[in-house]
Design a protein around this ligand. Structure first.
Ligand code: IMP
Length: 421
């Protein structure tokens, strides 16, 4: 049995797409279990660059089954378009399956997302994809699930009823209303294309596990954006930690072998919310430019800062990360010194614990440990032993601080710029 979960350990954008692509050479199935098309998983193969939003990152290997699990919120029009674009580029999408229990996102969710942000005292800085409102509908028990894509009459009826409720809300706030019939045409067209993908995926996944197949669960976003464990309220609306795979795909906890934590050698964040190690100086700009830190989904510049071992350590602890995949180590190549945040000073007291309150994190002053930089190009290194001592020391300290072990290092965006430790 080989069932692994791969998650982001920070605020997303750790390079999960690339790692999943690397790991999928040995797996039979890749499963997305939470989030939606707020995710942007970048995979570079040769000179081709792909950004996946809903389709699992196993898609580039035709023998791998790609399942969108019950915990994902799926915009059917966006999924239909994403798959069509992949096919135009010669990618075989016939192995994609969509859980009948997955909740659907519609235009009214995106409009509500925008309205929430406009009316907020402090914006979250969402991706605007309707993720929060779709999960809200799931919990209010008025969401529409993917099974309904296979029943056009029911879909039209439920869509009209829900859309009318949202239009009432939009009217109340003086916001523009949605053209229900025009949107329904798009939804029904997408439903016609997607209906054949819909399946009782909890069985697909558990049958594969029972048959001893290798299954990889692909987390989206990162542990610090988790609805319970992240920097609430500046979080996404799903459980991004490894435990989310159990509820979001319907698998038992004891089926899991390894939890891979993708961890960037420094820290980034998009959207609002506390970020204790954020750098506002030339170093922050350097990380952004060298690391090409611009959002894969929204194109927004990412906020950049030093590695935060308090925040990432919390995230690794909650997810039980036992294998670390350190990404973008090469971005730090020309730093004289590299810093790791080992504690926070909050109101004059130093703590190594990650606080629950965003307001505490906002005033937290990072306590840094500085190590010498390696000042050489790592992008061509392909073996751990070939890393300079300074890089090895930095990695060893990082792993020690987050109580885990490094298993993979990535020194560039391409598939081949990755090696096992
Ligand atoms: P939402 O998921 O669109 O509701 O956005 C909530 C917060 O999560 C915002 O700060 C987003 O920028 C952030 N977020 C959502 N998805 C991603 C992602 O895939 N990478 C990084 N940040 C994300």
């Amino acid at each position: 049995m080989a069932v692994d979960i791969l998650i982001g350990t920070q605020w997303g954008d750790e390079g999960k797409g690339k790692l999943i692509d690397v790991l999928t050479k040995d797996v039979d199935m890749v499963v997305r279990y939470q989030g939606g098309n707020n995710a942007g998983h970048t995979v570079e193969i040769g000179d081709e660059r792909y950004v996946l939003h809903l389709v699992p990152s196993g898609i580039f290997r035709p023998e791998v089954k790609c399942v969108i699990g019950n915990g994902v919120v799926v915009d059917p029009v966006a999924l239909d378009e994403e798959m069509a674009k992949l096919r135009e580029r010669g990618v075989d999408t016939s192995n994609v399956e969509l859980s009948d229990r997955a909740q659907l996102i519609f235009t009214y969710h995106r409009m509500a997302d925008a309205l929430n942000e406009q009316g907020a005292v402090r914006k979250i800085g969402t991706t605007g994809r309707g993720i929060g409102p779709a999960y809200t509908d799931k919990m209010r028990r008025c969401g529409i699930r993917a099974i309904t894509l296979t029943k056009p009459d029911q879909l039209a009826e439920k869509f009209r009823a829900e859309a009318e409720k949202y239009n009432k809300l939009f009217r109340f706030y003086g916001a523009p209303e949605m053209d229900i019939e025009a949107e329904l045409v798009k939804v029904l067209e997408a439903a016609e294309h997607l209906a054949k993908l819909v399946a009782n995926s909890v069985y697909t996944i558990n049958n594969a596990i029972r048959a001893g197949k290798k299954v990889l669960f692909e987390g989206a976003q990162g542990g610090l954006l988790d609805i319970d464990h992240g920097t609430y309220p500046f979080v996404t609306s799903s459980n991004t930690i490894s435990g989310g795979a159990c509820t979001g795909a319907g698998i038992p906890p004891q089926s899991v072998r390894d939890v891979w934590g993708v961890i960037k050698a420094y820290t980034t964040r998009v959207g609002e919310g506390p970020f204790p190690t954020e750098l506002f100086d030339a170093m922050g700009e350097k990380l952004r430019q060298r690391g090409r830190e611009f959002g894969a989904t929204t194109g927004r510049p990412r906020r950049c800062g030093w590695f935060d071992a308090v925040a990432s350590g919390y995230s690794c602890m909650v997810s039980g990360v036992n294998k670390l995949a350190v990404t973008k180590l090469d971005v730090l190549d020309d730093c004289d010194e590299v810093a790791l945040c080992t504690g926070y000073e909050i109101n004059g007291k130093v703590t190594t614990e990650f606080p629950a309150e965003a307001s505490d994190l906002e005033i937290a002053k990072p306590v840094y440990e500085f190590l010498p930089g390696w000042k050489c190009d790592l992008s061509n290194v392909r073996k751990y032993d070939d890393l300079p001592d300074a890089a090895k020391k930095y990695l060893a300290r990082l792993a020690e601080l987050v109580h885990s072990e490094i298993a993979i290092i990535s020194v560039g965006p391409r598939r081949d710029q990755t090696f096992l430790v």
